[in-house]
Write a protein that binds this ligand. Structure first.
Ligand SMILES: *[C@@H]1O[C@H](CO)[C@@H](O)[C@H](O)[C@H]1NC(C)=O
Ligand SMILES: *[C@@H]1O[C@H](CO)[C@@H](O)[C@H](O)[C@H]1NC(C)=O
Length: 190
């Protein structure tokens, strides 16, 4: 019976040790790739589509929401901010099959050139990637023949996505306020 207090404290210690991970409220936990469904090999997907920036007309999908006092007189419209919900299609025609939307915003953010900061979520509505999204954040030098922006992440089938988007202007109609950009997106995902 002399050992009773020792047994008791051992049990107490053990139960403390067992309950420790639950009570310690860790904010960072090491996981295995297997637990996160990353046992499949990483895939590389190429997406090709057209982006329709409809600013003018009676049914715009791209609207100016803000500008600076100096924007109107600036040759590069520095400070203008647009919010977009632009259609993405398989072909260059706006009425060709839709594959998703580009939702987000862009800001004219280059004092000396035609350069914009884009923050887009590509929301896909077709085929295998229906419901999945890709997030693109970067600089688009809109007048350059070919531009490149990073894909910084994704959801759904595009979890853990990384890659880049190449874009070029397919059509620029300043009078109508209509721009069509051709996109090639290369993305690694699981
Ligand atoms: C786009 O498609 C519509 C309807 O099919 C057609 O009327 C129009 O001419 C096409 N536009 C271009 C630029 O091909
Ligand atoms: C895409 O997913 C939505 C929601 O699950 C569904 O309603 C729609 O029919 C799907 N579209 C295609 C083309 O599979």
């Amino acid at each position: 019976m002399a050992n009773a207090p020792l047994t008791f404290s051992l049990i107490l210690l053990l139960s403390l040790a067992i309950s420790l991970p639950l009570n310690s409220q860790e904010f960072a936990t090491k996981l295995s790739k297997r637990e996160m469904g990353m046992i499949k090999r990483e895939e590389l997907t190429h997406l090709h589509f057209y982006f329709h920036d409809v600013i003018g007309g009676s049914d715009p999908t791209s609207v100016v929401v803000a500008q600076a006092a100096t924007t109107a007189s600036d040759p590069n419209k520095f400070g203008e901010v647009l919010v977009v919900d632009n259609r993405l299609t398989v072909g260059p025609n706006l009425s060709s099959r839709a594959v998703g939307r580009a939702q987000g915003m862009y800001a004219l953010s280059d004092l000396g050139d035609a350069g914009i900061l884009v923050v887009f979520n590509f929301v896909f509505t077709e085929g295998r990637f229906n419901g999945s999204t890709l997030t693109v954040v970067g600089r688009d030098a809109v007048l350059s023949a070919s531009r490149e922006m990073p894909v910084i992440g994704g959801t759904g089938d595009f979890r853990f996505a990384r890659g880049y988007a190449r874009t070029r202007t397919h059509l620029l109609d300043v009078k109508r306020g209509y721009v069509v950009e051709e996109y090639h997106v290369y993305v690694f995902h699981y």
